[in-house]
Design a protein around this ligand. Structure first.
Ligand SMILES: Nc1ncnc2c1ncn2[C@@H]1O[C@H](COP(=O)(O)OP(=O)(O)OP(=O)(O)O)[C@@H](O)[C@H]1O
Ligand SMILES: [Mg+2]
Length: 309
């Protein structure tokens, strides 16, 4: 397979300075390939945003490495590399209202990241182009965020990221706060931009039905630990980890009869019975399909795979 654009290796992020800090992200590893959409799914508080924030260098990491385009970018790095990463990696946030400066006009909001890169005239042109690229009118530049709908505000957030000419975008629940009717428009915009510019996405969501539509591969995270990672269709057809299975069982089915007869699986972490002689670890159970499991569980999972395939 191609070179990864981003590699996260044994990443741990902790909060709090006391002797027993809270471990928000615990020893996670994954690669994101150039041009793909890599999904990160998990319940609230599982550490998804924290991973995104570690990648854009706003939270320090306690252990492990983040490699971007061949260079380590976590913790202390050179000024030049910091500048490069600030341009090349951008983040789009869930709540477009909270993430845009309410007192600034759209032209300032969109141009903020390139204020020193371009002179006034060029900046104005670039803002105009960025607005066009996300389907907004150039005259919106002189308005304030509160004059826009949720979907338009999210487009402003996307324009603000695009003007930096990034190659990697962390999209953190970019459509979750939007009306259902405009979610597809914003998803299509993201997907068109990806095709036109060869962008690579880390797409964060708790909504697996959206992920199935947009992601090439998906990692499932539970309480700071990635428990399973596979190509999207593999994950949907052969989910192995009980947490993945529980998440998938909560996805509504299009067939109303099947939906009514469906049994919701509840994840009970006690099923694992891990101990020192039966400790879990991260391994590749079949090509491209990774799982967090003990030796004993791996045997069961392998058996299940050979039956279902
Ligand atoms: N700056 C911080 N200081 C202390 N704890 C934090 C901080 N940021 C996040 N946490 C904690 O880390 C855990 C993971 O948070 P995070 O925001 O990454 O979750 P998430 O998966 O993005 O959840 P959601 O789906 O609700 O956005 C949570 O328990 C959260 O309270
Ligand atoms: Mg979050």
């Amino acid at each position: 397979m191609a070179e990864p654009l981003l590699s996260v290796k044994n990443l741990t992020v902790t909060f709090g300075k006391h002797r027993h800090p809270f471990v928000a992200v615990n020893n996670v590893s994954f690669d994101v390939y150039r041009g793909e959409t890599f999904g990160l799914v998990g319940e609230s508080g599982s550490g998804k945003t924290t991973i995104g924030r570690a990648i854009i260098r706003v939270v320090p990491t306690a252990a492990g490495e983040i490699i971007f385009d061949g260079k380590r970018i976590n913790n202390s790095i050179s000024k030049e590399l910091d500048k490069e990463v600030t341009h090349r990696i951008q983040m789009i946030f869930q709540d477009p209202m909270a993430s845009l400066n309410e007192r600034a006009k759209v032209d300032y909001i969109v141009a903020e990241g390139v204020y020193r890169r371009y002179k006034k005239q060029e900046r104005e042109q670039r803002v105009e182009q960025a607005l066009k690229d996300v389907g907004l009118l150039p005259e919106f530049a002189s308005r304030f965020p509160h004059e826009f709908s949720g979907g338009q505000r999210q487009r402003i957030g996307i324009a603000r990221a695009l003007i930096m000419e990034p190659d990697f975008i962390v999209a953190d629940e970019p459509i979750s706060a939007l009306d259902v009717s405009i979610r597809a428009q914003v998803l299509n915009l993201l997907s068109d931009l990806q095709k036109q510019r060869g962008l690579t996405y880390l797409f964060i969501s708790h909504d697996l039905s959206v992920m199935r539509f947009i992601c090439d591969r998906i990692a499932v995270i539970h309480k700071g630990v990635i428990v399973e990672l596979a190509e999207t269709e593999t994950l949907f057809k052969h989910p192995l980890h009980p947490y993945t299975r529980a998440l998938l069982s909560a996805v509504p089915m299009p067939d109303p009869i099947a939906e009514r007869q469906k049994v919701l699986e509840v994840y009970n972490p006690n099923v694992h019975q891990y101990n020192e002689s039966n400790a879990p670890f991260w391994s590749e159970i079949e090509p491209g399909h990774f799982i967090y499991a003990s030796e004993k569980e791996l045997l069961e999972y392998r058996k299940r795979l050979s039956v279902t395939k």
